[in-house]
Structure formats: structure tokens, C-alpha cells
Ligand binder design. Sequence first.
Ligand code: FES
Ligand code: FE2
Length: 374
Amino acid sequence: MGTVGTETANPATPEVGQALEEGWTLPASWYSDEALLRIERRKIFERSWQYAGRSEQVVEPRSFFTTQAGHVPTVVVRDRDGDLRAFVNVCRHRGHIVAQGEGCRETLQCPYHAWTYDLDGSLRRAPRSEREPGFDPAGFSLLPMSVDTWGPFVFVNPDPDAAPLAETLGELPALVARSGLDLGVLRFHDHYEWEIGVNWKIGLENYLECYHCAVAHPGFSKVIDVAPDAYELRTSATFSSQFGPVRESALAGNGKAPYVPRGEVTQAQYHFIWPNTTINIDPGPANISIERWVPVGTGKVIEVSDYWFGEDVSDEQKKELIDFGTQVALEDVSLCESVHQGLGSGMVPRGRLMGQSEQLIAHFQRLVFEALAD
Ligand code: FES
Ligand SMILES: [Fe+2]
């Protein structure tokens, strides 16, 4: 019994849940199983709020940008009336991607056979449809998604009936405000994309602990105090946070730190928003970066990162902060690739979490488990 036709049994068994309770990790097979990724797409990525792009890209009526919500091609539009909308960016005719890039348009036209959609998603014109008896354009609108903003950030959720974004964010905006940053005055700097050959969960689990920092990030650890009693971890229902104090030696400029973290931000903050958005605020001049982690296969994730700085941050300071983040990211990529290889061997069926230092991973894995069990 177990399987019926091509339907695979739900992998989120009580046994897996029990192992998580006891401090074990998710099974190693969950990081390479194609069927499991299909379930994750349906039960996680098609139902959750994810960072999509920048509010400033859709200020003007008729402006739009394209993005991904997990595997879901997405177009975010400011319609003629000024309402923000998001749609699944897949043509209702035969599935071509409708809009490309970003810009300003009166309509969204699919390049394959020129089906043309209004900015409210309705199908305005389908060539030769007058020759098709009974063809009703009303049945072929672009599929709506939920969309909302938090300051400079646009979030989307493929579920058109999703609960408001604010419920997912909870007290996170207040925590970010406490860092000293005013999101309203930041200026967008640049956009980066990293393709990493690992399962999406490996990338995020690495993000969620700093147990490895002293070992693997020597430069980072000269700026941030990563000692277990100094570095604070906190979980909430739908997000989790890491708070890292700045080392005095780095502030004094005598600790061989990669940069001197002086400025309005006095504490590092690293936030994770379920399921795949991360936010980084490094100590020093006003800065923030936000990422979405897009799974493009069991063994590949694309990390898309947008950076903002305060308007008076110098080019030199920007470079220092970007170099700081890039160094950490390069170190993390090689750690994650090694874990992906090790888990892929199947020889170690599950790992053992360190309950204190890795509590944010436990929180993440519990959310993955609960989503799949649902
Ligand atoms: S697939 Fe879009 S018009 Fe044919
Ligand atoms: Fe790391």
C-alpha cells in the first residue's frame, strides 16, 4: 500500500517529525529527492510570501517587472488606476512566458501568438478568436497572485487568497527599525545573482547558523562577535533573527578586521523570512540587502540579492561592505557544496543538530516538515 498510481506517499511521516523533536535533522534524502521537490513547490512555494523586487520598479501607473516566486514565473504590475497587482506570468493560451524584463506598457502581450492582456490581467485580444465559436476571453485572464509591499520591498505570494503579508512579517519591521535604519531613505545600489549547486535548504540552513563562523569566516568574525554568549538567536512563527554585536577591536580599527564598522548601524542583523527570503544589515554606515533563494532543481539554487545604502555612504564604504558580504558568501558556497555532496552520498542518513547554536535550523526544518505534513 504506500503508493497509489503515481502518487507518492507523503514523506513527512510521524517518524521524521519525532526525529526532529529529538534533535536530528531532516533525512538526507530530502535534499536530492525529485518527488519531494515537487511537493515542496506545491506546499511551500505556491503558498508563501517571497521577496519579488523593488517598490521603485512599480511606482508609475503601467510599470511592471518580472520575477520568480520559487518556480512560479511572476509579473508585478502597477495598473492604470494605480493598484499594485501580480500575476502568474504564463500565457493562458499555450504557456509561453508573457512579459519579459521590466518597463512601462499599456498591455502585456505574449510574444508567441500575440494574446494581449490588460494590466488588470484580463485577456483583451486573442488573434483569430472571432473564428472560434464559443471562445470566451473572460475565461482566460492571467492567474492572479497576492502582492504587497514593505517599504522598498515588494513581496508576492502565488496564493491569491493569502493572509496579508503583515501577518508573515510580524514584529520584523520593528526589529529592523531598531537597528537604526530608516528604510524610507535608502537608495538602491545594485542587483547580484549567484547560482549555487546545492539544494535550496542547504543554502538556507547554512545561513541560519553562525556555529561555523569562527571556523569558516575569519574576516567576518573579526568584525562581529560570534561567541555563543554574544551572538543572539531568536525565532518567531514565520521568521527568525540573528543579532551580532560589533567587536570593540574592529571599531577601534586595530583588530585586522576587513573594514571599520563605524556608523549608524551598531549591530549586525540577519533575518530569515519563511520560506526563502533573507535580509542582511551589517554594522557601519546605513546598508541593507535582501535575497530570495530560488530552487531551480534539487541540486541548484539561485540566490538573488538586492543591495541598498544610505545616500551619504561613500563609494569606498559601499565597496567595503559589498566585499565583506561577498567574502562570506564565497566561503559559504564551498561549505554548502561540500554538504550537498556529503548528503548526496546517502551514507549518513541524518545529521545531529546542536540544540543551542543551531536552533534556527531546527525552527526552519520544523516549518518545512509542517508545510509538507499539511
Ligand atoms: S502561448 Fe501565448 S499567445 Fe500563444
Ligand atoms: Fe556562513
